[in-house]
Ligand binder design. Sequence first.
Ligand code: NCD
Length: 425
Amino acid sequence: MTAYLITNVSVVGAEPTDLLIRDGVVAAVGSGLTAPDATVVDGTGLVALPGLVDLHTHLREPGREDAETVESGSRAAALGGYTAVCAMANTSPVADTAGVVEQVWRLGREANLVDVQPIGAVTVGLAGEQLAELGAMADSAARVRIFSDDGHCVADPKLMRRALEYVKAFDGIIAQHAEEPRLTEGAQMHEGEVSTRLGLIGWPAVAEEAIIARDVLLAEHVGSRLHVCHVSTAGSVEVLRQAKARGVRVTAEVTPHHLLLTDVKAETYDPVYKVNPPLRTATDVAALRAALADGVIDVIATDHAPHAVEDKECEWAYARPGMLGLETALSIALDVLGPEWDLIAERMSRTPARIAGLTGHGVDPAPGVPANLTLIDPAARRTIEPTELASRSRNTPYARMTLPGRIVATFLRGEPTVLDGKAVK
Ligand SMILES: NC(=O)N[C@@H](CC(=O)O)C(=O)O
């Protein structure tokens, strides 16, 4: 294994120092380190963070390898500064058996660009009728701990209760896509002034808030862990705030796009802005930012949702919901939060690693810890060109926008996956 000496780098915003990486771990931290055998990476002006961890990635394999594969999504993740991603279960076939989650896990190991931790489906085929083999997935080589029907809500309260009870035995988590389906039939965008003006059927905030309110009560009742995917409304934040104050075991994520973009984007009728849950109002964006800062929202998760051109570049009503996120998340976080490195490390690495139980991830560089880290140039600005992304899909809402920050290098267990801003393999 090659050793790497990263010189003059700011670790999570602290005074510059040197980092020596050897045999997969951070071997030493301090000024004036020397290591004649090491490859030197000049860290001047760069910030080192623990490798980012994404709780919500759609890798599309098996089934839609035209939109993304485990390998292409892993490369996109590494280029975005990630060292671990949790792969959502809405593949084809659905990841609702030990066989499928093991397949995804094995493909992740083979690509070896990030650690891919599969999420298992809660219900068979995401159909919301019958619990999937949660125990078999937990006992499989993939050691699944998070279960989600993401893309669909576990709408049946009895099934949701059973799922929460079942995973309690191994301290598992149910990650809910909070959307009361009866309130969102035919919905195309956020229900509000813009949808009224455009004549599009609305997805009301209450469809999300009602499910979160129900689920925090269920989680409290059975004493299980609940995670709420892609929180998008100010009202949801208030429900979560109250639940957390009561000690309910609930965590929540927000996406970069819900921290930056609003429903006004739908006025373009460009389906790149169609996403589930939909882009909301400026008031919601402000509430989500405040909740991220005060901890009511625990993590930024990308909801990286690649879609093939034919599924996205069509009439708004026919387009699939979802947008890319892995390669731009850190830049959006930097844009929204500013250079608050400790907060960024907390929300994008330490806390998601802790929630997912990914040992060796989300740990600040220090002697002896696994060398899972990323180097960022905060002064750089880059213009997003969709054709230059590593994802197989092109559906980024940030095309031709100039964003702050650039990932210079990412290390997975001491080996670079990204160097000089380029994927190593
Ligand atoms: N977030 C999205 O807009 N899309 C997700 C699933 C979903 O949550 O609808 C996808 O898998 O494409």
